[in-house]
Design a protein around this ligand. Sequence first.
Ligand code: ZN
Length: 355
Amino acid sequence: MATRADAIARVREHLNSGAFLAELGRRVGYRTESQNPGSGEALRAYLVDDLQPAFAALDFSTRLIESPSGKGPYLLADYREDASLPTVLTYGHGDVVDGMEGEWRDNLDPWKTTTKGERVYGRGTADNKGQHSINLAALRAVRETRGGKLGFNAKFIIETGEEIGSPDLRQVCEAHREELKADLFLASDGPRLSADRPTIFLGCRGGNRIHLDVNLREGGNHSGNWGGVLANPATILCNAIASLVDGKGRMKLDALKPPRISNAVRAALADVKIEPTADEPALAPDWGEEGLSPAATPFPDVPMPCCSSASSSAPNMKRSSTPCARICMVTAFRWWKSAARSVLRLRAPMLIVPG
Ligand SMILES: [Zn+2]
């Protein structure tokens, strides 16, 4: 009888034989930088030349959807085994951030996979070509183990604009609501608590991007004449931020704070630890909300203002009396509370998966 262990053995063999890394390397070779306006062809080729045949090999039917806003296209893939079986929908993105060629450690090539020790380098290996390649490899292993059947129906939506903020993901999902219907949605595009701990979050995250601009006057004024007597927009802006969050990352507005997390959630988080590896930054013990352990700190649904960029738009930074200042704040709402519950809920089913 086909077992879970057989499927895992197949997937191990796929990895150990080098076949998986060859697949991933081929995908990393597509320069799918969505932030680069010249990448349109690569984004399309990634879906058409690489993923469509890969899905076809698993008996998925696929369909390319053009982006309503003229950005990179979407790929919908659908495999229906039996209408009575449950359907899993998976999300992935084929685009990557800027390759930053020439700036990698040891001059590594972002468009090739390079294995060093236990790590594989290459743009997209960790976000998100690696993840959807793993999901495809896993589906193939299950299918082979079960004699050409999955045992469930499966759907994928792959976009090519995640790194530019998924400009029309909502529109595409709304327009294809029926096609995307599923019993379970599993998106493989998020963080792990630690490298060696598989993590499933049942929550979701969202964010509000807020631009704060202080525009006081036209043009810049020389600091020798005007410094100290003209209001400084950067100072005003810093004070605006400081009224929301203090110098230790604690929220200052009660309206932005979540209700106290329950004891049940605290208990669920007791053994959930964020464990940076040796080359990752150590957690700051005195940062964030008071009264929460470092492990619990990121878990409650605290809106976290984080400054993604702060700049003076004055053309000459030496001028002390700059005319305007701008900051982009991402107020991220993280519903980790439900994630904690999922840790509880999922642990039991994971233990009874037939092996
Ligand atoms: Zn991603």
